[in-house]
Design a protein around this ligand. Structure first.
Ligand code: DGT
Ligand code: MG
Length: 580
């Protein structure tokens, strides 16, 4: 029987999205600190590989994620700087995110990793389209504030800024705005957005950093087109016709399409090539393009894809999503900016830790670094000036600075994974397992030292969690430890007004199903064992699998609970509302 006719999904082009990607990010951060390095080939090392390298090094054949030995062979005078401590990179990332956010009207500013930022500028562009004067387009003015018309910049609205990608765009964009294009709303919106992108890139350059930028109508297309001209450049995807967008998408290797991970890639690659693929290959390389998958005669609809990708345990709607991505369709929103992250996690990898003192030492290091991050991201200084009416000069004015938590994570989660060597071919998440516990209130103390907090946290919470995750007394072979704090209270902008009350309430909530470990199974952690009066984690009460997947988040207080306890927990909330 003939397959039903293929019907492409409909792409919505009513938004304008910018995607910024900082050039050789870690390397730029280091160069910013040591400008003399800009002229030299520079690599940033993490765990024996080059996490990234600057473009001087790239022109000498060095690449991101190359081994150090290979990089040195290609470029013997490569300057290598240690990049294990992410703090300076995080700080720059925050600074540039805040800068771009300050220009946004909608607040839709989303960070992806440390060096990529999406901006939904639909509203700014629409406003400025209305301001266009068709009689003097080459002297247009882009207004950056609805309230203050003086804030803005001049631009030439007869031409695009930067590179333009798309067969119907290249010629007209180069020649300038004319003919029917002046009436093409999408063309005009993308053209204005290209000037806004340039303006913002220059603002970032004033801070000392260069970026690439992609401009399009959704996140997927903006990210992909931004890669076309790197570094220090920008590209607009002028997809006025479906065919332009399809041929743009088709040219990408399957694995390069954001949202199509390695598992899906191997299934589709195997199907197109008609051979079995090893599902454990995680390389970004793929011998099949998105176009080959999209145009394959047997892949006529999401229903066919569903047969390939569906099955027990697969994500709901996955086939439809992949079908959309292959056609350049992505309706996901740019998430609104948040003042605080939803979670903070720190992890490190090891070549197989087996001794208790090593585990304790590494956990202390990770916890110290986690606490520093929490202080950096979650604490705000309140500057209180003296009461009005007191005579004072600027220099003599004393300012009282007090600190307050903007948000408090309520849960700490420990994740471990055994060591595997890259040649084992094990997927990244292999045997990764997690356990959670309530985060104790002393973590938020301003009166005890960070060292004391770390010591208590490791002994009372993390080591017991570790032992739950790795119950056998020997042979842990730990390859990864991740400590994460999550379940933010007060992250809605109001901050945490009363930490004590928050924890009293948390204790009340927990009392109902808190158990204490009286069985005291043999533990290699003598110190931790002695202190084993810590409430056990919710998981241990539920007897959950080590994956913690029978846990559920309470939608009212965002506490992680064993699923069996959720009903009782909801009753607790009802009682609270009734005042009973
Ligand atoms: P670009 O954007 O091609 O000019 O170069 P980068 O260095 O900005 O690369 P990008 O945007 O893929 O990643 C941003 C930073 O994240 C980069 O400076 C290093 C780090 N990074 C990215 N991928 C990996 C990775 O797989 N492992 C490690 N350790 N670091 C990575
Ligand atoms: Mg980058």
């Amino acid at each position: 029987m003939e397959n039903p006719k293929r019907k492409p999904p409909r792409r919505k082009d009513d938004r304008v999205i910018l995607h910024f990607d900082l050039d050789c990010f870690y390397a730029q951060c280091v160069e910013h600190q040591q400008p003399a390095l800009k002229a030299l080939p520079l690599g940033i090392r993490q765990k024996g590989i080059l996490a990234t390298c600057n473009y001087v090094a790239r022109h000498r054949g060095v690449n991101k994620l190359m081994t150090l030995a290979e990089a040195k062979r290609l470029c013997p005078d490569l300057v290598v700087v240690e990049g294990e401590d992410l703090t300076p990179f995080r700080n720059v990332s925050k600074q540039l995110y805040a800068l771009l956010r300050s220009y946004s009207w909608s607040g839709k500013v989303e960070r992806l990793g440390l060096d990529e930022i999406y901006l939904d500028v639909t509203d700014m562009v629409a406003y400025n389209v209305e301001l266009l004067n068709r009689n003097c387009l080459n002297q247009s003015y882009f207004c950056l504030s609805r309230a203050d018309p003086e804030q803005g910049f001049q631009y030439d609205a007869t031409v695009f800024s930067g590179c333009v990608y798309g067969d119907d765009g290249a010629a007209s964009a180069a020649q300038g705005l004319h003919g029917d294009l002046v009436d093409n709303a999408l063309y005009i919106r993308l053209l204005l957005a290209s000037h806004l992108a340039r303006y913002l890139r220059l603002k970032i350059e004033e801070e000392g950093y260069t970026t690439a930028c992609g401009i399009s109508t959704n996140k997927l297309l903006a990210k992909l087109v931004g890669n076309k001209n790197k570094p220090r450049n920008q590209s607009t995807l002028l997809g006025l016709r479906d065919e332009t967008v399809f041929s743009f998408m088709d040219s990408h290797g399957l694995r390069k399409v954001p949202g199509i991970g390695s598992k899906i890639t191997r299934i589709l690659e195997g199907f197109v090539l008609g051979k079995e693929m090893d599902p454990n290959i995680h390389s970004m390389d793929c011998s099949v393009t998105a176009g080959q998958a999209r145009a394959h005669p047997s892949i006529q609809s999401p229903a066919v894809l569903d047969k390939l990708l569906g099955g027990p345990g697969s994500e709901r709607g996955l086939a439809g999503k992949v079908w959309s991505l292959l056609h350049g369709v992505d309706d996901t929103e740019v998430k609104p900016a948040r003042d605080v992250p939803t979670q903070i996690s720190i992890e490190d990898t090891y070549r197989g830790l087996n001794e208790a003192p090593e585990i304790r030492r590494e956990m202390a290091l990770l916890s110290a670094s986690l606490l520093r991050r929490m202080h950096l991201d979650l604490i705000e200084d309140d500057h209180a000036t003296p009461a009005q009416g007191h005579a004072h000069t600027q220099s003599s004015m004393s300012v009282m600075v007090s600190r307050r938590w903007l948000a408090c994570p309520k849960t700490v989660r420990l994740t471990t994974r055994p060591y595997t060597s890259p040649t084992d071919g094990k997927p990244y998440d292999w045997a990764r397992a997690s356990r959670s516990a309530p985060l104790p209130s002393y973590v938020f103390s301003f009166t005890i030292t960070s060292e004391q907090i770390v010591e208590k946290l490791v002994a009372e919470i993390l080591l017991p969690l570790f032992y739950k995750l790795n119950p056998s007394p020997k042979g842990w072979n730990i390859g990864l430890i991740n400590v994460c704090v999550t379940n933010m209270a007060g992250g809605d902008g109001g901050g945490v007004r009363d930490i004590g009350a928050m924890f009293r309430r948390q204790d009340d909530v927990l009392r109902e199903f808190t158990a204490y470990d009286s069985t005291a199974s043999p533990s290699p952690f003598a110190g931790a064992q002695a202190e084993r009066k810590t409430p056990l984690t919710s998981e241990s009460v539920s007897g959950a699998s080590s994956q913690g997947d029978d846990m559920e988040l309470c939608p009212l207080c965002e506490l992680y609970l064993p699923r069996f306890a959720l009903a009782a927990h909801e009753r607790f909330h009802t009682m609270e509302e009734d005042g009973s």
